[in-house]
Every structure is written in structure tokens, then in C-alpha cells.
Design a protein around this ligand. Structure first.
Ligand SMILES: CC(=O)N[C@H]1[C@@H](OP(=O)(O)OP(=O)(O)OC[C@H]2O[C@@H](n3ccc(=O)[nH]c3=O)[C@H](O)[C@@H]2O)O[C@H](CO)[C@@H](O)[C@@H]1O[C@H](C)C(=O)N[C@@H](C)C(=O)N[C@H](CCC(=O)O)C(=O)O
Ligand SMILES: Nc1ncnc2c1ncn2[C@@H]1O[C@H](COP(=O)(O)OP(=O)(O)OP(=O)(O)O)[C@@H](O)[C@H]1O
Length: 520
């Protein structure tokens, strides 16, 4: 059976001739003659194959996709596009199309097969280390002011209109993206916003789409296990700002990477400076001239000066200055995508809560502390999240957190230091340990905690995340704020290769119910 992702396809895809594809992309061929063969879909994962598909078999980091060609053919693939190494693995009797780098062709071929669906929608792509999800939802809210139906793709979900499914990752594989663009169009959506991760850019997942507008939030230390160093990470992000991928860009220039991107990008770029008073404001097209972080924690008011010098009163519906930045970027992106400025400002200011992004799970009152779930999982994001919560916390700030396994080890002690510096009470626990020993990840965090707080006062360790949340609720008083960071909306926790159903919000609510019962 085709996987849930494989089923996210248009109901009425065009049938394309394999020989037309060969001609359009100057492919070499081997195996049986494909003249007369048609295909109606493209897949890169054998489990996603539907009858009538072209299977794109790429050399992966772990395995060559052509190893699964027989499985793909058994599921109904009519031809295989691969490289010379892969060709030898395709079962005899199946037409083989050859390219030097089939991964780079997966998106363009899928777009071609589906009649360039991205060209029939207004498309916005958002990249950067932090703030992609938030900005994407803000942009979607603004697009909905003028588009009756929209789609939004990213870490949290794949949504078309009111229908959503869980997302396997931040940016889906190239053929899935093209299928979603076509499905969105078929279902009447006229605009689509997607997060674009650095992995996606490095692995060509958005090739085949030329976005109307792309946005950049910031670049901070993350994913160096994959990109090697900050320069490599920056280069991956910059790919989105090329003429093949985007018509125009909007770049937040608060950090040096944004400044460099705005200077170097070969497409027209509008710059946005969101830290009022910073020297970069002088040269930016759009400037946040002042911002008032709301002490009620509900959001912030800010003034945005446009390139014509006019100042507009705007609002961010989420707390903290980072969300002023996300809201300002979203307004400019949506405006560049055709939404009138006033409508964009108004819609972003009233955007709904985003799952796992500063999500208020329990409101302060009736003896309960304010309980928040946030996705911050980098030192910078954690710093900003804790700084945003401090002004809305009359009592102590209680932080529950960990750090991912099988990912950048260097950040663990730094996460420890940040927590110890900015929170009052720490409960150090597990995030997604993956194949690593959870205790050693916690130990690395605690090493950083000790640098700042050698006596480990008010520092606790919990061997399960659910227990950590229960501990935090027990420790917190009504004036305190409990913030659980790192996993946000995630519906699972990966331990020793197994994905367990797990969600911070649900656990928070269950822990509160448990405490209620105990005190009833
Ligand atoms: C580093 C990375 O992104 N790797 C992705 C990449 O792996 P790969 O090319 O090495 O693939 P592989 O596992 O060697 O397999 C090779 C080929 O065989 C195919 N295959 C494999 C097995 C099978 O049974 N059938 C089959 O057809 C695969 O689909 C693939 O095309 O292609 C695979 C197939 O699409 C992805 O599953 C895999 O994502 C892995 C699971 C992953 O964890 N990716 C993360 C790091 C990621 O992409 N994250 C970013 C967000 C990061 C962030 O900002 O936080 C994201 O966009 O989600
Ligand atoms: N503009 C920003 N600058 C720095 N940190 C931010 C910004 N926006 C949000 N954050 C912090 O980063 C966390 C992640 O935010 P969000 O989910 O919007 O980013 P993301 O780019 O989608 O992350 P990921 O790629 O890991 O899914 C938030 O919970 C918040 O703490």
C-alpha cells in the first residue's frame, strides 16, 4: 500500500510520455524501449510509489535508492530514473533513464510531469535557523486575507485549506512538494507558504519551484553536524535566494548573515531591520522603529517604517521580541506576495496560536502557574524564549529541557549554561535521545549548568520527560512560569530508534489533571 505521503497527490494528474521526458531533460536511456510508456506521478521513496509512477532512485547518505527499484516496480513503477551506479540495480524489463545527478532532477522532473503546479499558485518560502514555522503561519494568516483557500507546509503539519496531516519533516522531498502544490491547486488553494530547511536546500528538495517570494529570518548555530561549519550552513540557505528558486526576497538583516545575504543575493531583495535602534536600521528598507513587549505576555505592539518613510502601527500575537521580528518579516513577505499592507498588518496581528510555539497550555490563575510549550532547541532560541518569558513571570522561571541525541553535541553544555543563567529552576531531561545514551546527553548539559551554577541549586534531573513535567508542576507556585522547550508540537519522542507517541502539551494537561485529582 502507498504510504500516507505517497497518497498526497492530485486526483487527476496528467499522463506524460517517458520519451518526452527523456527529450525535455536530455536524459540517456538503457533497458527496454520506453517509447509509448506514460507515467502519472513521480516518487523518490519506494514506499510512496503508486501505480504508473516514475521512480527516482538516488544515491543516499545511507543506501542507493536503486536497491529498492524492484520494490518500486512491484508497486507499479513504470520506469526508473537513476545514475550509472543505480542502473545496475534496476530489474531487467524496466526502462531506465540515466542522469549524472538524479537527486537534482527529482523536483524539476516532478514539476514538469505535473505541469509546473507552483506557477499556478502564489508561493512563499521561508528559511532561517529559527522562526520559520512562526513566520510561515503569520504569512499564511496574511495571505488568507485575500485568498479564500491557502496551503501551509512545514514542521508542524501539511495543511491544504482545513485539511491537515502530520508532517514528516520541515520540508518534504521534492516529488512530494510538487504533488502537494498540484493537490493544493486542485483543491482550490491559490496561495501556498512553505518552510524551507537548510537540509532541503542542500538536498535539492525545492528544486523545480520558483517561489514568488522567499524570506530569511536569521542564521544561528545549528545543524553543523550536516553542514560542517557556519559558512557551509550559510551557503545552503543562500541557495534559496537564487534566480532559479525565487523571483524576489525579503531578508531580516539583524545578524551579519542576513546582512551578507541581502548584499550578495542575485535577486531583488528588500531588507528588514527589526531591532529598534540597531545601526543596521539606517540602511534597511523596512525598519521596526519601536516595539513594546506586552507585559501580559499576549503579544507586542510595534511600529514598522516602510521604504516610503510612512510608519505603520502593527502587532505581534506572540510574546517576545523575536516574534516582533517574525511578524515584521511576515508582513513584508505577504505584502511582496500581493497582500495590501494594511490587510497584512491586520491579519498578522490577529493570527491564531501556533502549536508548540510559545503555546499557552495552562493559563496563570486558580493556583496554577502559567505553563508554556516552546520549540526553542538552540542556545540562541532558548535565550530569546527565556528572555521573552521573564517579564511575564512575577515569580520563578522553571525550565524543563534537554538536547537532541545524534545531533550537534557541542551545543549541549551551551544549552546548560543558557538555562542556568536565565531560568531559576531547571529540570534537565531527555529530548529525542535517538541512538544515544540519554544519561550522557543530560550529563553534558549538566556540565554546562555547573559552569554557571557550581552548587547545582534548584537543578533537578528527570529520566523521563513526562516525569520532568510532573516534577516542574510540583515545584512551581502560582506566580511562577513553567516553560518546556525543545520539542514544541512534536507528536513523538525518539528513543533507541523507536518513535513513542509523546506530546509536551498533552503531558502538561495530563499532569495538571493528575495534580487536580490528588488535591481533590
Ligand atoms: C540528511 C537527510 O536529510 N537525509 C534524508 C535523505 O537521506 P538519504 O538521501 O541519505 O537517503 P537514504 O536513507 O540513504 O536512502 C536513499 C534513497 O533510497 C530511498 N529508499 C530508502 C529506503 C526504502 O525502503 N526505500 C527507498 O526508496 C530513499 O527514499 C532515498 O531516496 O533522504 C531521505 C529520503 O527522503 C530522508 O529520509 C533523509 O532524511 C532523514 C530521515 C532526516 O532525518 N532528515 C532530517 C535531518 C531533515 O531533513 N531535517 C530537516 C529540518 C532540519 C531542521 O531545520 O530542524 C527537514 O527539512 O526536515
Ligand atoms: N526570529 C527568531 N529569532 C530567534 N529565535 C526565534 C525566532 N522565532 C522563534 N524563535 C525561537 O525558536 C523556536 C522555534 O521557532 P519556529 O518553530 O518558528 O522556528 P523554526 O525555524 O521553524 O524551527 P525548526 O526549523 O527547528 O522547526 C521558537 O520556539 C522560539 O523560541
Amino acid at each position: 500500500m502507498t504510504s500516507p505521503l505517497g497518497r498526497l497527490r492530485p486526483e487527476h494528474p496528467p499522463a506524460r510520455r517517458v520519451d518526452d521526458l527523456v527529450a525535455a531533460f536530455a536524459l540517456r536511456t538503457t533497458g527496454p524501449d520506453a517509447a509509448g510508456t506514460t507515467f502519472t506521478g513521480v516518487s523518490m521513496a519506494s514506499g510512496d510509489v503508486a501505480p504508473g509512477d516514475l521512480f527516482v532512485a538516488v544515491p543516499g547518505l545511507k543506501v542507493h535508492g536503486a536497491r529498492f527499484a524492484a520494490d518500486a516496480v512491484a508497486r507499479g513503477a513504470v520506469a526508473v530514473l537513476t545514475d550509472d551506479e543505480g542502473a545496475a540495480l534496476v530489474p531487467a524489463g524496466t526502462p531506465v533513464l540515466l542522469a549524472d545527478d538524479p537527486r537534482l532532477l527529482a523536483g524539476p522532473v516532478a514539476a514538469w510531469a505535473l505541469g509546473d503546479p507552483g506557477e499556478r499558485l502564489v508561493t512563499v518560502g521561508v528559511t532561517g535557523t529559527n522562526g520559520k514555522t512562526t513566520t510561515t503561519y503569520f504569512v499564511d494568516a496574511a495571505l488568507r486575507a485575500v485568498h479564500e483557500r491557502t496551503a501551509v507546509l512545514g514542521t508542524v503539519e501539511l495543511r491544504i485549506g482545513d485539511d491537515a496531516v502530520e508532517s514528516p519533516r520541515t520540508t518534504v522531498e521534492a516529488p512530494v512538494l510538487q504533488s502537494l502544490l498540484a493537490l493544493a491547486r486542485e483543491r482550490g488553494a491559490t496561495a501556498l507558504t512553505t518552510e524551507v530547511s537548510s537540509h532541503a536546500l542542500a538536498l535539492g528538495r525545492v528544486l523545480g519551484t520558483r517561489f514568488d517570494v522567499v524570506g530569511f529570518t536569521n542564521l544561528q548555530r545549528d545543524h553543523l553536524d550536516f553542514h560542517g561549519d557556519m559558512e557551509g550552513y550559510f551557503r545552503a540557505k543562500s541557495r534559496l535566494f537564487s534566480p532559479e528558486q525565487a523571483r524576489r526576497g525579503v531578508v531580516v538583516v539583524d545578524d551579519v548573515w542576513g546582512q551578507r545575504l541581502a548584499e550578495e543575493a542575485p535577486i531583488p531583495v528588500e531588507s528588514v531591520a527589526t531591532r529598534a535602534g540597531s545601526p543596521v536600521c539606517a540602511g534597511a528598507d523596512w525598519v521596526v522603529v519601536d516595539a513594546d513587549v506586552g507585559l501580559d505576555g499576549v503579544g507586542s505592539r510595534f511600529s514598522l517604517r516602510g521604504p516610503d518613510g510612512r510608519v505603520h502601527e502593527a502587532h505581534s500575537p506572540l510574546p517576545g521580541l523575536v516574534n516582533v521580528s517574525n511578524a515584521a518579516l511576515a508582513v513584508v513577505l505577504a505584502h511582496a506576495a500581493g497582500v495590501p499592507l494594511g490587510a497584512a498588518i491586520d491579519a498578522v496581528g490577529r493570527a491564531h496560536a501556533i502549536p508548540g510555539r510559545m503555546e499557552r497550555v495552562v493559563e496563570r490563575g486558580d493556583g496554577w502557574p502559567l505553563c508554556l510549550v516552546d520549540y526553542a532547541h538552540t542556545p540562541d532560541a532558548l535565550t530569546l524564549a527565556l528572555e521573552a518569558v521573564r517579564p511575564i513571570t512575577p515569580g520563578r522561571l522553571v525550565l524543563v529541557y534537554g538536547s537532541d541525541g545524534d545531533r550537534d553535541r557541542g551545543k549541549r553544555p551551551i544549552m546548560g549554561q543558557v538555562g542556568a543563567r536565565l531560568a531559576d529552576v531547571l529540570v534537565v531531561t531527555d529530548e529525542n535521545p535517538r541512538s544515544e545514551d540519554p544519561a550522557s546527553i543530560r550529563a553534558a548539559i549538566l556540565e554546562g549548568v555547573r559552569d554557571v551554577r557550581p552548587d547545582l541549586a534548584d537543578v533537578h534531573e528527570a529520566t523521563s520527560r513526562a516525569q520532568a513535567i510532573r516534577d516542574a508542576l510540583r515545584l512551581a507556585g502560582p506566580d511562577d512560569t513553567v516553560i518546556v522547550t525543545g520539542k514544541g508540537h512534536e507528536p513523538t519522542q525518539e528513543i533507541a530508534g523507536v518513535f513513542h507517541r509523546y506530546n509536551d502539551r498533552d503531558v502538561f494537561l495530563a499532569a495538571r489533571a493528575e495534580r487536580r485529582e490528588q488535591h481533590a
